[in-house]
Design a protein around this ligand. Structure first.
Ligand code: ADP
Ligand code: MG
Length: 890
């Protein structure tokens, strides 16, 4: 970065204050700085001593002519950076400077040595000052302000600095502007606008920055415009000086160059290969500006200070002109001696240059001297000034700040762009979403339309299949649990063995009874024979002798007794038979639990067996029967029931059955003892036809509630059960089942009905498989279940259903989906009623009733039953829990 010249900034904290005398040879190191200067480098960018170079003007024509042989008062040793000032013929002072510029030093070299490092610092954001100090005519203006229009090699520091600045700034991002001023008699005049002839100096209280807000500031776009500005300024300076009748050497000329340079520009220039702007993370770095100020000062001739001081001239002008210069000298002295107070405020020049000496600026001073011995005193004074200035230490500070203005502008542009882009994207996104949503909705509705029905069917099918398979599984498990214990496969009758035993016993007794009857008949026949014999032989025997008669009478009496005994025995056997039948019924049933059933409502009331009435007669016969009834009377007909003649008995019972089909006759029949006679027939008749018709008549009578109780009270249930167990004809079973089914509809008879074997009888009849029989059985069970659910609801029944106790559940479940709608309907109702009592739920679930209930709740064609099933399931915690367990929805 630094130029090839040896003029460098560097650390030199404690320069020697004294000047050395030539009495000491250079080799004895009386020269203070020789060891360090050449090694000082640009590396010290923080602190910077004021750099001082000495330039010796070549002899001018006048000097050459006047004093051709006269020895120069100075001798330069540029390689040692030393200057020897001849005091007299025998004494020489030796001074060391940062640079020694001989009379032959080119303008280019002077620029590079004195100004270039400062200019480069300014481009990096420091303040910089280049100043020329010296006696009038020694070449200050030549060094600084030479335009070099005719001879480019003569271009001075101002021109070359600007060339370098313009070469290193960018028109688009950076700015370069100048002010050109003259300080004369403590007044600052604007050389770019002469009307501004009293410009104020403003010092920033915080930063200490000096500014001249009143000065014209002109932006420099190219070198030519700068030259024109300089010329303009020179022109104004000349005019002003003419007007004021003064010389330009009496005033100070100050050129101020302001540079604003963007940092990224600088850095990319520096790094070259690394393009910061391409780095995404750094894109967000705010743009930085470096502000540099270069001040070039062509001071007034220093000889006035000297003369005014040395010769004691008290001239106002001299005072004023030199006020600034002498103040500068005082400040430099104070700084060089590290005085606590530096009188910057004493003059406008020192106020203007406050930053250049002891401030933050990089400062270069060129002191110009002439060779002539005539001006030896001024030359010595100039050299001393330079020596003191070398001791002034500055602290360089980079002037870098965020370019908020352009940052703001750039960000605003970016934000606007992003907002617009965002709006566009938002709109297209919304459009896209709308489009996708519409398409999706279309697809969904299409798919729904296509598959909703199929899905529904499939779901139902799956659920049913699932239910079916679980049902099978559970049935299997149930069977496995039952098999090992008794080997009964259908599990219908738990008391089958006992029943078999009882039936055998009954048959045995019947045989005995038959034998006894035979014996009795034989005895009767014997008696009759004896009677005849008595009749035949009565007369002669009476006549012949009383002893025979008495004997015969004894025999007769004996026979009569025998008969009575036999009759009694028959009666005992009959009652034993009846008792055993009842007993058999009791054994078949498990111990009575005396429970109360559950609910409820909405069911078919036990339908009177309208279809049951014995219908052997057609209308004609019906008429005949009515006639017979009218003519013969009920009592007579009833008495015929006891006829020995089976044929008479059949007819009589048919008549009674037909009469019992009419509700109007029922009460009369019962009052006349018809019910008892019919029950006796059930008990005693050998003929199944008679028993069938009697059972039909009883079934008709059993439509009436009072009769139901009578039937019960007279052991009718046991007799009906016995009839059912003996019957082979399905019609007999139909009548018996119908009679029991009617009894099942009576709330009061539940326990008795069950304990006397009514339910078992019903279940026994399913062996027939005849749909008429099954339908009555189902009706009976439904009636019973309904009464139970009603009494459960009333709280008069607790515990499991008696139907379940008697083993009706498997048949009910099995027939829940019977093909015959009448059977199915009754069974469905029975299931619903049973399900209403929570205590039945466990048995029902384990028996597989849940599946049927689910099916009923979904598929039953009767709305009321379907709703009942649904309601029942929905209100049972046990069923609901089970459904949850096996993932079935209601
Ligand atoms: P100053 O500004 O110090 O009063 P000038 O710059 O006006 O002095 O110089 C006085 C004269 O000396 C000018 O004519 C100038 O051209 C000439 N001069 C000064 N320095 C040199 C130099 N190094 N080489 C050639 N001529 C010079
Ligand atoms: Mg000059």
């Amino acid at each position: 970065m630094a130029s090839g010249g040896g003029y460098r900034n560097g650390n030199h904290k404690s320069p020697n204050l004294r000047t050395s005398k030539s009495k000491l040879s250079p080799s004895t190191s009386n020269v203070r700085r020789c060891s360090n200067v050449s090694t000082l480098g640009i590396a010290d960018a923080v602190s910077g001593r004021v750099r001082v170079a000495v330039r010796l003007r070549p002899r001018n024509a006048e000097e050459l002519a006047a004093d051709a042989d006269f020895a120069d008062c100075v001798e330069l040793q540029p390689e040692l950076k030393r200057l020897k000032l001849r005091k007299n013929n025998w004494d020489t002072d030796v001074y060391e400077f940062d640079e020694i510029l001989t009379e032959s030093a080119s303008q280019k070299r002077v620029y590079e040595v004195v100004a270039k490092p400062v200019v480069q610092s300014v481009l990096e954001g420091y303040n910089g000052t280049v100043m020329a100090y010296g006696q009038t005519g020694t070449g200050k203006t030549y060094t600084l302000g030479q335009l070099g229009e005719e001879d480019p090699s003569a271009r001075g520091i101002m021109v070359r600095s600007m060339e370098e600045i313009l070469a290193n700034t960018c028109l688009e991002t950076d700015s370069v502007s100048v002010s050109y001023l003259q300080l004369y008699m403590e007044t600052i005049q604007d050389l770019l606008n002469p009307a501004n002839d009293n410009i104020a100096i403003i010092e920033d209280q915080i930063s200490g920055d000096i500014s001249l807000p009143g000065a014209t500031v002109v932006e420099v776009r190219d070198h030519q415009s700068f030259l024109e500005l300089l010329q303009l300024g020179e022109g104004h300076r000349y005019a002003a000086n003419t007007r004021m009748n003064t010389e330009s050497s009496r005033s100070h000329a100050i050129l101020m160059v302001h540079i604003k340079k963007s940092v990224s520009e600088i850095e990319s220039d520096l790094t070259g290969e690394y393009d910061i702007s391409s780095h995404p993370a750094l894109n967000f770095k705010p743009p930085m500006l470096r502000k540099g100020k270069l001040v070039l000062v062509d001071l007034a001739g220093s000889e006035r200070v000297l003369k005014s001081g040395s010769e004691g001239l008290v001239l106002e002008e001299a005072k004023s002109i030199n006020l600034s210069l002498s103040a500068l000298g005082k400040c430099i002295n104070a700084l060089a001696e590290n005085s606590a107070h530096v009188p910057f405020r004493d003059s406008k020049l020192t106020r203007l240059l406050k930053d250049s000496f002891g401030g933050t600026s990089r400062t270069s001073l060129v002191v110009t001297i002439g060779p002539s011995s005539c001006h030896r005193a001024e030359t010595a004074s100039t050299i001393l000034f330079g020596q003191r200035a070398m001791k002034v230490e500055n602290v360089l500070k980079i002037k870098e700040e965020c370019d908020y203005k352009s940052l703001c502008k750039g960000l605003q542009v970016q934000v606007d762009k992003l907002i617009a882009e965002n709006e566009r994207q938002q709109k297209s996104f919304e459009d896209e979403v709308k489009k996708i949503r519409l398409e999706a909705q279309k697809h969904i509705s299409e798919a729904e339309g296509n598959y909703a029905e199929e899905l529904k069917e499939e779901k139902l099918k799956c659920q049913m299949e699932y239910m079916e398979s679980i049902k099978k599984l559970e049935e299997k498990m149930l069977n496995q649990q039952q098999h090992p214990s008794n080997g009964i496969t259908d599990g219908t009758y738990l008391g089958e063995g006992q029943k078999g035993f009882c039936t055998e016993e009954v048959t045995e007794l019947k045989k005995l009874l038959h034998n006894e009857i035979k014996i009795r008949k034989a005895a009767e026949e014997e008696t009759n024979k004896l009677k005849d014999q008595i009749m035949k032989f009565s007369e002669p025997e009476l006549k012949g002798g009383n002893s025979d008669i008495v004997n015969l009478q004894k025999v007769l009496e004996e026979e009569t007794r025998q008969k009575k005994r036999l009759e009694e025995e028959v009666n005992i056997l009959k009652s034993q038979l009846s008792h055993l039948t009842l007993h058999a019924g009791l054994i078949r049933n498990s111990p009575d639990r005396d429970g109360n059933g559950s609910l409820l409502s909405g069911l078919d009331s036990p339908s009177p067996l309208r279809h049951l009435p014995y219908k052997d007669s057609n209308n004609g016969e019906r008429g005949a029967i009515t006639y017979l009834h009218g003519q013969v009377g009920l009592h007579k007909i009833l008495s015929l029931l006891e006829s020995e003649d089976a044929c008479v008995q059949i007819h009589a019972v048919k008549v009674i059955a037909n009469l019992a089909a009419e509700e109007a006759n029922q009460e009369k029949i019962v009052e006349a003892g018809g019910l008892s006679s019919l029950l006796i027939l059930l008990r005693s008749s050998e003929d199944e036809t008679i028993r069938r018709i009697a059972a039909g008549a009883i079934a008709n009578l059993a439509m009436n509630e009072a009769n139901q109780e009578l039937i019960m009270a007279q052991g009718g249930v046991g007799l009906l059960a016995m009839t059912a167990s003996d019957a082979e004809d399905p019609q007999t079973l139909r009548m018996v089942a119908g009679a029991i089914a009617n009894l099942c509809g009576n709330d009061k008879l539940q326990i008795g009905l069950r304990s006397e074997g009514g339910i078992r009888a019903l279940l026994g009849m399913v062996r027939s498989r005849h749909p008429d029989v099954l339908s009555q059985v189902a009706r009976g069970l439904a009636n019973f279940a309904k009464c139970e659910s009603r009494s459960s609801a009333q709280g008069t029944k607790t515990g499991r259903s008696l139907l379940i106790e008697d083993g009706a559940l498997p048949w009910i479940i099995k027939n829940a989906n019977n093909e015959a709608s009448l059977i199915r309907r009754h069974v469905e109702l029975a299931l619903c009623h049973l399900a209403q009592h929570e205590e039945n739920a466990r048995d029902m679930i384990s028996g597989g009733a849940l599946w049927e209930l689910c099916r009923i709740s979904r598929e039953c064609t009767r709305d009321d039953i379907r709703a009942l099933a649904r309601r029942t399931l929905g209100s049972s915690t046990t069923f609901l829990a089970e459904m949850r367990r096996i993932h079935i929805e209601l």
